[in-house]
Design a protein around this ligand. Structure first.
Ligand code: PGA
Length: 259
């Protein structure tokens, strides 16, 4: 199975989100084999978007979640509040939150633990900067982020936790990472997950690529066995672009079925 996560960021209001959700549903029309689809609208649009995707194959995700259950956390949103709105997934540790809002590895870890305890599926984002890659530090940086994010995490085979590898230079830049770079890093991430959780759990976990995924490059990423899916930002709020990405995933699934 392949999975596509749409991260709408702070790019659409409630009305646009509803229209985009309708458009997203239409991308699946007429396709027999479809990827798993999770859309992550801004918080304020969740309840309206929920009405659109109810009883469809599209799941709802949040772009962030608090580590606390409730209390004096002005401006924060808890896992339980999200679940009340039908949310099943939460993006955690996105690089924009790490860099712009100073979210630390420790905060990311607390959020992951709380999300799992609340039966929300975490989508944990990791990724190195261009300078770190050029200095040959990708494994060191990504390894450190993963180790910190997954500290004290215990997973059973039935628990879900997704990893999104998003090199910072690729996010919103139009310069996606190359397929060999992605495959190599995903293989490294999988080996770490094996170390942390053992073969059975690690082999069931999904590792996604994110960063300037568009209608043209999506097929090339998704056809790789090491790429379980894509996390799409800019390309997910332009419905024609997103349609091409979804169709690329459908075509990969169809091609795999023939083998
Ligand atoms: P992008 O964003 O697709 O616009 O590069 C990806 C992300 O930030 O998750």
């Amino acid at each position: 199975m392949k999975i596509i996560i749409a991260n709408w960021k702070m790019n659409v209001g409630v009305r646009e989100s509803v229209a985009l959700a309708r458009g997203t549903l239409l991308t699946l029309r007429g396709r027999k084999l479809i990827p798993e689809l999770v859309i992550c609208p801004p918080f304020v649009a969740l309840s309206e978007v929920r009405k659109v995707v109810a009883r469809s194959a599209v799941a709802l995700g949040a772009q962030n979640v608090s580590w606390a259950e409730s209390g004096s956390y002005t401006g924060e949103i808890s896992a339980r509040m999200l679940q009340e709105l039908g949310v099943t997934h939460a993006i955690i540790g996105h690089s924009e939150r790490r860099s712009l809002l100073h979210e630390t590895d420790e905060m990311v870890n607390k959020k992951v633990l709380h999300a799992l305890a609340s039966q929300l599926t975490p989508i944990v984002c990791v990724g190195e900067t261009r300078q770190e890659r050029q200095a040959g530090k990708t494994h060191e940086v990504v390894g450190q982020q993963l180790k910190a994010a997954l500290l004290d995490v215990r997973l059973r085979v039935t628990d879900r936790l997704l990893i999104a590898y998003e090199p910072l230079s690729a996010i919103g830049s139009g310069e996606a990472a190359s397929v060999p770079e992605i495959v190599e890093t995903h293989t490294f991430i999988r080996s770490l997950l094996r170390e942390f959780f053992g073969e059975r759990v690690a082999s069931a976990m999904q590792i996604l690529y994110g960063g300037s995924v568009d209608g043209e490059n999506a097929y090339g990423f998704l056809r790789e066995q090491q790429v379980d899916g894509v996390l799409v930002g800019g390309g997910s709020v332009k419905i024609n672009q997103f349609k091409d990405i979804v169709h690329a995933a459908c075509e990969v699934l169809e091609a795999q079925q023939k083998v």
